[in-house]
Design a protein around this ligand. Structure first.
Ligand code: ZN
Length: 200
């Protein structure tokens, strides 16, 4: 949990509130059990964050990042995915605590995001909205690579009763991103993503 200046928390927009409430309901958490705020200081690259103020459960979103995500996705499912992921962090915490690696916690939140997306009626084609925008061939200290994250989302999707064939679709989408991503990299370039690609 990074230090956040909660004095900068602002009430969310009506749209953000609606998406968030639907995610809370989809994950069968108590209405009002988590507070939502807009906060510009949610990490430079972050779109959202789960946090605590004492025992109060908080989700923050960074308006500038969510706005960029929103305009680059088709029907708003990218934003829903982010909110579901942050709510999923709190649900994961309630069930498993924080005593795992950062990657395990992120994949747990992605799993619950998949559950929520299935229950909210997202189609298989909608599942990639977020990952198309934030595609990573390799993981960071905090976040796993996109392959692992899509797999976790897929597991949640299936367990949430999603209709369709997310396995095939997500594999196809990953292959598409990979092809696009590598179009501009000379094969022997030391920074070519293939040298970093997860073997998991
Ligand atoms: Zn996360």
């Amino acid at each position: 949990m990074a230090e956040i200046d909660h004095s900068q928390n602002r009430p969310p927009t009506a749209y953000a509130r609606d998406v968030f409430d639907r995610c809370v309901a989809a994950l069968e958490m108590e209405p009002g059990s988590i507070e939502l705020y807009a906060n510009d200081l949610v990490g430079q690259h972050a779109v959202g964050m789960a946090a605590f103020i004492g025992k109060r459960r908080i989700v923050l979103y960074r308006p500038a990042s969510m706005a960029r995500l929103e305009v680059s996705t088709r029907k708003g499912w990218g934003g829903v995915k982010v909110m579901a992921h942050e709510v999923g962090h709190h649900l994961w915490y309630m069930r498993h605590g924080w005593d795992q690696s950062s990657w395990e916690r992120e994949l747990g939140a992605d799993y619950y995001a998949g559950v929520a997306l299935a229950r909210l009626g997202a189609g298989t084609i909608d599942l990639d909205d977020y990952f198309a925008w934030a595609f990573y061939a390799d993981g960071t200290d905090k976040h796993p690579d996109t392959v692992l994250r899509m797999r976790a989302l897929r597991r949640g999707w299936i367990d949430g009763g999603g209709k369709g064939a997310p396995e095939t679709d997500l594999d196809k989408l990953y292959a598409m991103y990979w092809e696009r991503m590598t179009r501009w990299w000379p094969d022997d370039h030391p920074e070519h993503p293939k040298f970093k690609r997860s073997k998991k």
